[in-house]
Design a binder for this molecule. Structure first.
Ligand SMILES: [Zn+2]
Length: 111
């Protein structure tokens, strides 16, 4: 179990093999957690009902968890500290109009 974790950390971070003797349990866990977080971080997408533009300027630590929370009206984890994610937003359309945009999903950050 711990051997597998050490292998994962060493290969993930391209560590020299002898570095594994310096890995503590806490360090291993934090390195692996940040690895998982990196894969789930991403941007949320809103699509404007008026002009069809998709805006993706909102970052989240976890795309899927955010979608589940918004769909079910759950609060996002307090430790995320961001602004609340809403089902709709306001879009400043290119032609000067103001549109209503819907939360349509999200996409993970590329590595
Ligand atoms: Zn628009």
């Amino acid at each position: 179990m711990i051997e597998d974790k050490i292998k994962a950390v060493v290969s993930r971070y391209n560590m020299p093999d002898e570095m594994k003797y310096f890995l503590t349990n806490d360090l291993i866990d934090s390195l692996l957690v940040s690895d998982i977080e990196r894969k789930t971080m991403g941007r949320l997408e809103y699509k404007c009902r008026r002009c069809g533009a998709i805006e993706d300027g909102t970052h989240t630590p976890n795309v899927l968890q955010t979608i589940i929370c918004v769909m079910n009206n759950y609060d996002l984890p307090k430790e995320w500290l961001g602004t609340p994610v809403t089902k709709t937003s306001i879009h400043n359309c290119k032609d000067g109009g103001i549109g209503v945009s819907d939360f349509i999903g999200g996409i993970g950050d590329k590595e």
